[in-house]
Write a protein that binds this ligand. Structure first.
Ligand SMILES: Cc1cc2nc3c(=O)[nH]c(=O)nc-3n(C[C@H](O)[C@H](O)[C@H](O)COP(=O)(O)OP(=O)(O)OC[C@H]3O[C@@H](n4cnc5c(N)ncnc54)[C@H](O)[C@@H]3O)c2cc1C
Length: 414
């Protein structure tokens, strides 16, 4: 590797997810014209959100979910190597690939994502998980009409899989210890509305946790029998665990980089080794004032951190990004949230609701001083876009206007 004070002449991005892809794109957009390679063991980089939505439902195919066609890489002189990195060797100037080849690089970006958290209970290995295209294919095969499906975890992915499963005519039981799930992410009123939709669409919801996955009894005809902490049992042809991810930190740890539930980076994506950067779900941001943020597991955060790392690798200042945002689709509705909706993070804050009848359409968290901290909404993307502008500009919107369904969201940000 050359000195970090010199401009890089070769960059290797480890991982072809959206964080790695965004870094490749940003590097070329910023005029970097040196060697650029991405290690992507699964072939051409593809997007993950459709794996629990359109790809799982069969409305989008493998080509549709690619982040870019092969020509995109050829036009930008980006080499895509379908290889896995097995060790970082900063002292030797590069990365060791499976097969033993050493690939040299002035800068390395770790954009290696995470692995689904496994159920640590007896029989837990029987549960399917969802992270890759192959996982989604396997899940799709299990979602036959009439099949009994137990989903453990009613967060974003569990809920989306439940929605796809009932669309295929499966009998779904959704198990989560929290009622309603997702309240810290979208606020309690919207979380309640979303969770109630499961019941309305025929998903059985259970507030508990499995303690064992045993072999199913012959009289049930199902392959698995989940024993729950509340003493009840659930028979299922297939079990799916959607209980979060574990960041992929093995390469970083083995190379002695600072790791704490993610590879620690600064706002430019630099790790504790100045020639190694990290981005996406595998990374965790430490702000300039030393505050270590919670690791994000959302698509836009992965894009932004890939872009920030690209700037960082070129020695340029990190771009400024506004409030974090994510979306989810389930049971035919589109949910978005920006900023924070968790009142525990803002003492003295209050929640304002915009509702039609008794059904909340949007929730807003306002600080004690009246600043908008977050907004979550169902099928109201314009509202979330307006909220995002209000948060990023530090405005203090009129709570009555926020709550009034007759007020056009675009007027709120003026
Ligand atoms: C099913 C699903 C649905 C989702 N839906 C939403 C949604 O609706 N909204 C939202 O905001 N977010 C959603 N997300 C989250 C979002 O997709 C992730 O935050 C994002 O994909 C993270 O990107 P990443 O590049 O950091 O990691 P990943 O996408 O995991 O990519 C990491 C890549 O690194 C590769 N890799 C790992 N180790 C190595 C190695 N040693 N050598 C080489 N390559 C390696 C992996 O094979 C993988 O391709 C969803 C995620 C999933 C799985």
């Amino acid at each position: 590797m050359n000195s970090v004070l010199e401009a890089p002449r070769s960059i290797v991005v480890v991982g072809g997810g959206v964080a790695g892809f965004s870094a490749l794109s940003e590097l070329r957009a910023r005029g970097y014209d040196g060697a650029l390679t991405v290690l992507s063991p699964e072939g051409l980089p593809y997007d993950r959100p459709p794996l629990s939505k359109g790809y799982l439902l069969g409305t989008e195919d493998a080509e549709k979910i690619r982040l870019a066609p092969a020509s995109w890489y050829a036009e930008r002189d980006v080499e895509v190597l379908p290889a896995r990195a097995v060790a970082l060797r900063p002292a030797e100037g590069g990365i060791e690939l499976d097969g033993g080849r050493l690939l040299s690089a002035d800068r390395v970006l770790l954009a290696v994502g995470g692995a689904p958290r496994r159920l640590r209970i007896p029989g837990g290995v029987a549960a399917l998980t969802l992270r890759s295209r192959a996982d989604s294919d396997a899940l799709r095969r299990a979602l036959a009409p009439g099949a009994s499906i137990a989903i453990v975890g009613a967060g974003l992915i569990g809920a989306e899989v439940a929605s796809a499963a009932v669309a295929f005519g499966a009998e779904v039981t959704l198990i989560d210890p929290v009622e309603p799930p997702l309240a810290p992410a979208v606020g309690e009123p919207i979380a309640r509305r979303l969770h109630a939709m499961h019941g309305e669409r025929g998903v059985r919801t259970v507030v508990s946790v499995p303690v064992e996955i045993a072999r199913g009894r012959a009289d049930d005809g199902a392959a698995h029998l989940l024993r729950l902490a509340d003493g009840s049992t659930v028979a299922a042809d297939a079990v799916i665990a959607g209980i979060g991810i574990v960041p992929e930190t093995g390469l970083a740890e083995a190379a002695g980089l600072a790791v704490d539930d993610g590879v620690i980076v600064d706002p430019s994506g630099v790790t504790s080794n100045p020639s190694v950067f990290a981005a996406g779900d595998a990374s965790r941001l430490r702000l300039a004032d030393g505050v270590l943020l919670r690791r994000s597991e959302h698509w836009e955060a992965a894009v932004r951190s890939g872009q920030a790392a690209a700037a960082g690798m070129l020695g340029e200042p990190a771009p400024e990004f506004g409030a974090p945002w994510f979306w989810s689709d389930r049971h035919g509705v589109h949910v978005e949230a920006v900023g924070t909706l968790d009142p525990r993070q803002a003492p003295g804050s209050r929640t304002v609701l915009r509702a039609v009848g008794r059904v909340p359409q949007a929730a807003f968290l306002l600080s004690a001083g009246g600043h908008l901290l977050g907004c979550a909404a169902v099928d109201l993307p314009l509202m979330v876009r307006a909220a995002r502008r209000i948060i990023d500009r530090g405005l203090t919107p009129d709570p009555e206007a926020l709550a009034d369904p007759a007020v056009d969201p675009r007027r709120l940000a003026r």
